[in-house]
Design a protein around this ligand. Structure first.
Ligand SMILES: O=C(O)C1=N[C@H](C(=O)O)C[C@H](O)C1
Length: 292
């Protein structure tokens, strides 16, 4: 299920600050038609924390329709640091959801044994396969390769979105000895190419709103062992990701999509602030020929 590039969609807003569901549907169709292997709804990029429960439900429905039409998977972000409430949220996921992206418990900083107990409890009750979201610079929680390997051996834990802020020793250790049926997806846009080179099967990349086809080609090149193409493309796309992440995600991406007429406004909800004009025009420029 988890190969190729999965795009964690932004949430576009109209001039009144309401979610622009028609624009969301168009972006979903666009990235899937450009070669994305699936969508992720309600990620950080989708400003999930700023959405009401009703908006979240409609976002899932909109993304599910686009995926269903093409027979591609929809993953939905489920965030929380209390095992029971995350379990309840998983059980409430509507039809049309194929997997859940579940953050390592944040802020609380349980032990790694606690992290294992958390995911093993969730894996026993989840209606859909789980993708662990490992992002220690946001959660504050270390998770070793040994812990991920143990969790990856569980039949209901299908993948990890690996976002350690670089290619660390645990990434090398994990990718050198993966449990059967457990996929690693790069979750730090700038480091996806080296992770693919080590054996990751794809990525969950906000940058792939732009140049989706080039990101899909990057994943395919590394899978096919085409080092020359993978390396060259990886360097170019890393420059695009750097430009898109020059200010807090997803502000620059929204700025570029708006400048290109793909969403009605570049607005974000507080505490995010819109990206500067300079950051948007620089990223727009880099995005024009990312694959060459
Ligand atoms: O929402 C996501 O999923 C992602 N969020 C990361 C972030 O906001 O830092 C970036 C990554 O591309 C995917």
């Amino acid at each position: 299920m988890f190969t190729g590039i999965h795009v964690p969609l932004i949430t576009p807003y109209d001039a009144d600050g309401e979610v622009a569901f028609d624009a969301l549907a168009k972006i979903a169709d666009h990235v899937l038609d450009q070669g994305a292997s699936g969508l992720v709804a309600l990620g950080t990029t989708g400003e999930v924390a700023a959405l009401t429960p009703a908006e979240r439900e409609r976002v899932i429905g909109t993304c599910a329709a686009a995926c269903r039409e093409r027979g591609l998977p929809l993953t939905v972000g489920v965030t929380g640091n209390d095992t029971r409430s995350v379990g309840r949220a998983l059980k409430k996921l509507p039809g049309g959801v194929d997997a859940a992206l579940v953050t390592v418990p944040y802020f609380l900083r349980p032990s790694e044994r606690g992290v294992i107990a958390h995911f093993e409890a969730l894996a026993e009750e989840t209606p859909v396969p789980l993708m662990i979201y490992h992002i220690p610079y946001r959660t504050g929680q270390a998770v070793s390769a040994a812990t991920l390997r143990r969790l990856g051996a569980h039949p209901r834990i299908a993948a990890v979105k690996y976002a350690a802020g670089g290619v660390d020793q645990d990434a090398v250790d994990l990718l050198g000895d993966l449990p059967d049926g457990f996929d690693v997806l790069g979750g730090d846009d700038a480091f996806v190419s080296p992770l693919l080179a080590l054996g990751a099967s794809g990525g969950v990349l906000a940058s792939a709103h732009l140049a989706t086809d080039a990101f899909a080609e990057l994943a395919a090149a590394w899978r096919a062992g085409d080092v020359t193409r993978g390396r060259a493309l990886g360097h170019r796309l890393a420059r695009l990701s750097a430009a898109l992440f020059a200010e807090p995600n997803p502000t620059v991406i929204k700025g570029v999509l708006h400048a290109r007429g793909l969403i009605p406004t570049a607005d974000v909800r507080l505490p995010l602030l819109p990206a500067s004009r300079e950051a948007v025009s620089q990223a727009d420029l880099v995005a024009v020929h990312p694959g060459e």
